[in-house]
Design a protein around this ligand. Structure first.
Ligand SMILES: Nc1nc2c(ncn2[C@@H]2O[C@H](COP(=O)(O)OP(=O)(O)OP(=O)(O)O)[C@@H](O)[C@H]2O)c(=O)[nH]1
Ligand SMILES: [Mg+2]
Length: 300
């Protein structure tokens, strides 16, 4: 007689402060870039699902915008709504902390975790520690304050201890059939992923010069026989910002376009023709319709 093995499946919502490494972790787990990352805080704006499947379990990780209370605009409210939605789906909450950053605002974030969910904490960037024993003190104090099911020191960037993290998370998921087909790695559409790749290059190539209020919309996405033709629009708030994005003789925009095209080609595994325009749209970050078009949920 053969018995079917018990399968577990569910949502693991990754929360934490901006820059903790949430998106880097998601990409490391699924082995593909599906969530954009950068040195600047507040890179992620909406929830991205990354699916990790083994023979007996499927963990659906939800990457969320970093939690902050410093800024407030239509955009940050929509980002906060995205975090709330992801928390309401969670079977397990994975709270990611930068091992080198002293906590603040953490009680506020902790209070957002729904009471019925299991909490696991991960201390990221251990590759940057000189003395590995330092992490033991942090583990002890976090354990006393938050009583999580587990605390795992990891390095998302160097893929250290990710198996240990999966082993801590998997038993906390409900016994049920897989939620998604086994070969799926994300639920994001290619259109959304393409827009995100462009936004990542903006973050990376403009650095501190990048105006916070920048968004990317895909206007057309056409699958031709030999290539995919994409027309993207970068939205900025003011004419001066348009000049920054375009750069001298259009050099900056060209660099952004080339880098983004390469990433999109890797993602789609085919040739891409990418055309990018920059448009000034004042106060787009407070405009409900624009926010919805770039994939953010409604806010009140
Ligand atoms: N040294 C080191 N750097 C890391 C590690 N994980 C992430 N980083 C870096 O930390 C920065 C922020 O990473 P992200 O993954 O964008 O952080 P995030 O938590 O998604 O940030 P937001 O989307 O802004 O909330 C990037 O420069 C990463 O390369 C790690 O394990 N070690
Ligand atoms: Mg992120």
């Amino acid at each position: 007689m053969t018995t079917t093995p018990v399968t577990r499946s569910g949502y693991v919502t990754i929360i934490g402060r901006p820059n903790a490494g949430k998106s880097t972790l998601l990409n490391a787990l699924v082995g593909q870039k599906i969530s954009i990352t950068s040195r600047r805080p507040q890179t992620t704006r909406h929830n991205v699902a990354g699916i990790y499947t083994t023979e007996v379990c499927q963990l659906v990780f939800l990457d969320t915008p970093g939690f902050q209370t410093q800024y407030s605009s239509g955009l940050t409210k929509a980002m906060d709504r995205a975090l709330k939605n992801a928390l309401s789906e969670a079977h397990v909450v994975l709270w990611l902390l930068d091992v080198l950053v002293r906590p603040h605002e953490d009680e506020v974030l902790f209070a957002r975790i729904p009471p019925h969910t299991s909490l696991v904490m991960a201390l990221n960037k251990i590759d940057r520690l000189d003395n590995k024993n330092e992490v033991l003190d942090s583990i002890q104090s976090l354990d006393q304050v938050y009583h999580p099911k587990a605390i795992v020191p990891i390095s998302a960037q160097n893929k250290l201890q990710l198996d240990t993290l999966i082993e801590a998370l998997a038993p906390l998921l409900p016994e049920q059939e897989f939620l998604y087909p086994e070969d799926h790695v994300t639920t994001s559409s290619v259109r959304v992923l393409a827009a995100e790749m462009v936004r990542e290059k903006l973050f990376r190539l403009l650095g501190q010069e990048l105006p916070y209020s920048t968004a990317v919309e895909i206007e057309t996405f056409e699958e031709k026989t030999t290539l995919t033709k994409i027309r993207a629009v970068i939205l900025v708030d003011k004419p001066g910002q348009k000049a920054i994005v375009i750069g001298k003789d259009g050099e900056k925009l060209k660099e952004i376009g080339t880098a983004a095209r390469k990433d999109i080609e890797k993602l789609l595994d085919r040739k891409v023709f990418l055309e990018i325009w920059v448009k000034v749209k004042q106060s787009w970050a407070d405009d409900q319709r624009t926010l919805e078009r770039i994939g953010l949920p409604k806010f009140d």
